[in-house]
Design a protein around this ligand. Structure first.
Ligand SMILES: [Zn+2]
Length: 323
């Protein structure tokens, strides 16, 4: 084996090992907590996942990391206690924080409930970003220590790749602090929400967020403005909850309006494309997914993958309807 190939193989092995490690840090906002984290659900378990699961399984987009090929995904069955969970809260703080939305039915006039649903999405996303920054940093350090490259002579693309997720995680941490402050002061109305109820059975659930301005302009901007995006079933209806910081409302409202002002089948189609374009943290009911044709699954998979590298790619295809 040539020396380069040996170094590449060692590096790949480091990356795979690092990615399989959990990042355990309780993100409880009131004090520094060092307790072990649990697999906390980012989508409500006893009401929402319960309604969607079949034999305790749900369908999720599962990313397969293969460093030798293009990114790959499959829509696979995932166990309910693994689906959409993150190790960002200890058991005590997870239940303390989210009790109001875990034990009560969703009530769209309750500001605390709407805040907590959005907060849960923010915590999961921050946890994911910190983990990827840590993974990249660790892999970089270990590979430099192993002499795979000279850390004093970094080539620029690698340096960018190693630092961007860290800067990203710091920006995220600052964004999450807005939510921490609101939680700590019970000032829930500082978050603006648009909530719509559609009288239609909901076969999926989403807990995510996206920055539509950055995605469309495609440039790095100093302050990211996120729409926190939740979709979930409540009995026989579909609930859409779009949330943003009050200060960001003016800039984000036009993007939210596109979804809110649509109606009927087109609204659900628009929602489907928004989910596939911006979100990875969503589950689909297996009973519903199993009705999809192979042609439909391929169309969904291709659109999902294409928008990973080119976020503004667009075309119309009725196969992208997830409802
Ligand atoms: Zn804790």
């Amino acid at each position: 084996m040539s020396k380069d190939k040996k170094v590449m193989n060692e590096l790949k092995s480091l990356i795979y090992t690092q990615l399989s490690k959990k990042y355990n840090k309780c993100l409880w906002p009131k004090s520094d907590c060092t307790k072990d984290c649990i697999n906390a659900h980012s989508i409500q378990n006893s009401q929402i996942l319960d309604q969607l699961a079949s034999n305790n399984h749900l369908i999720m987009a599962v990313h397969r990391l293969n460093l030798d090929t293009e990114p790959e995904i499959e829509f696979n069955e995932v166990g309910r206690n693994k689906a959409t969970t993150f190790t960002g809260l200890c058991g005590e703080h997870d239940s303390q924080l989210f009790r109001p939305i875990d034990v009560n039915q969703f009530d769209s006039s309750n500001e605390e409930q709407k805040f907590l649903i959005a907060y849960r999405s923010v915590l999961r996303e921050l946890h994911t970003r910190i983990k990827s920054a840590r993974d990249l940093q660790t892999t970089y350090q270990k590979s430099a220590e192993a002499g795979m490259w000279d850390s004093k002579n970094m080539d620029e693309p690698f340096w960018k790749a190693a630092t961007r997720p860290i800067i990203n995680a710091i920006n995220w941490y600052q964004y999450k602090q807005n939510y921490d402050n609101i939680y700590n002061s019970n000032s829930f109305t500082e978050i603006e929400h648009e909530c719509i109820r559609i009288e239609r059975n909901c076969p999926l659930a989403v807990s995510s967020l996206f920055d539509p301005i950055k995605s469309i302009i495609g440039v790095e901007i100093p302050e990211q403005k996120f729409i926190v995006f939740n979709v979930f079933p409540q009995k026989k209806d579909t609930i859409i909850l779009l949330s943003y910081l009050g200060d960001h409302q003016k800039d984000l409202r036009p993007y939210a309006d596109e979804i809110i002002n649509a109606s009927g089948e087109y609204q659900l189609y628009l929602l489907s494309k928004t989910i596939l374009r911006y979100c990875e943290n969503f589950v689909i009911s297996p009973d519903h997914f199993n009705l999809f044709s192979q042609q439909k699954i391929d169309a969904i998979k291709n659109f999902y993958l294409a928008t990973v590298t080119q976020i503004d790619i667009d075309h119309n295809d009725k196969n992208l309807m997830l409802f």
